[in-house]
Design a binder for this molecule. Structure first.
Ligand SMILES: [Zn+2]
Length: 98
């Protein structure tokens, strides 16, 4: 079977990433509890939160529209807020660092 090596997937990206990272930054900034902010833990939090929310894959600049639309979708934003909160809690009790 032919592979897809002749295609360019560079523009394929998940617009949810941007929103999740923004929310993660906001919550870490406000977080009063002792949360480990080492690279391993924070990347782990982002991955965990991203696995919980609906992805917003896009393949072109049109994706910016998705992002703008999602930013007005309160139910979606709420789900991201919850996912990020949960991810922070989970990494706190089970740190991503060695
Ligand atoms: Zn850590």
């Amino acid at each position: 079977m032919a592979g897809l090596e002749n295609y360019d997937f560079q523009n394929l990206s998940n617009a949810a990433e941007k929103i999740v990272l923004g929310e993660l930054a906001r919550q870490l900034d406000q977080c009063k509890q002792d949360v480990c902010r080492c690279n391993d833990c924070v990347v782990d939090m982002a991955a965990m939160a991203l696995n919980m929310v609906k992805p917003l894959y896009r393949c072109s600049l049109l994706g910016e529209l998705y992002t703008a639309e999602a930013k007005n979708d309160t139910a979606y934003l709420k789900s991201i807020e919850e996912a990020v909160g949960l991810a922070i809690d989970r990494v706190c009790s089970n740190p991503g660092h060695a």
